[in-house]
Design a protein around this ligand. Structure first.
Ligand code: SF4
Length: 187
């Protein structure tokens, strides 16, 4: 997979969804078109607190170039972002801020936990470090490693893209999704 990601050096034209076509027309499902647009225009909010953030800088830079996947537009405002990327050690004191950022993001939103620290506290099994951000917010994809290489971060973004493309319109309104948010104390 990593080699595959590096090989994709040129921007790819997104494939159109399945549908009916003929001379001068193409018909498909609205959900598929929206999924295609969401997939290829994820706006990341980088919540980078330590070394994993440096790997993210490499992921954004010219060699790996996250922009090839439509995510070059970073947002430092939660209201204009739909993919929260948490990278680094999250101290318990920082937890409420992270949660506030998540709550301020509009639906649909996805969360990528990058690296061992964000996913589990990593080597910092101490009183002051949150032992995984999923203690306070739901996580969609975990990227393992300390630090994860940029290829791994890209692979995590590709997984989120897959989820964004295939997500049904109804998911965010479903009882199951609401129950999951409620389990975090989020209305
Ligand atoms: S997972 Fe490793 S590289 Fe990433 S923030 Fe923690 S200590 Fe640093």
């Amino acid at each position: 997979m990593a080699k595959e990601i590096i090989k994709r050096t040129k921007p790819e034209i997104a494939k159109s969804p399945d549908g009916l076509e003929g001379p001068g027309f193409f018909a498909t499902k609205l959900e598929d078109v929206v999924g295609l647009a969401r997939k290829n225009s994820l706006w990341p909010l980088p919540f980078a607190t330590s070394c994993c953030g440096i790997e993210f800088m490499a992921t954004m830079a010219s060699h790996y170039d996250l922009g090839r996947f439509g995510s070059e537009r970073l947002s430092f405002s939660p209201r204009q972002a739909d993919m929260l990327m948490v990278m680094g050690t999250i101290a318990k004191k920082m937890g409420p801020t992270l949660r506030q950022v998540y709550e301020q993001m509009a639906e649909p939103r996805w969360v990528l936990s990058v690296g061992a620290c964000a996913s589990s506290g990593g080597i910092f099994d101490t009183y002051s470090v949150l032992q995984g951000i999923d203690k306070i917010i739901p996580v969609d994809v975990y990227v393992p490693g300390c630090p994860p290489r940029p290829e791994q971060i890209l692979e995590g973004v590709l997984k989120i893209q897959e989820m964004a493309q295939n997500e049904s319109f109804r998911r965010r309104e479903s009882e199951e999704y609401k129950r999951m948010l409620n389990s975090y104390g989020i209305e």
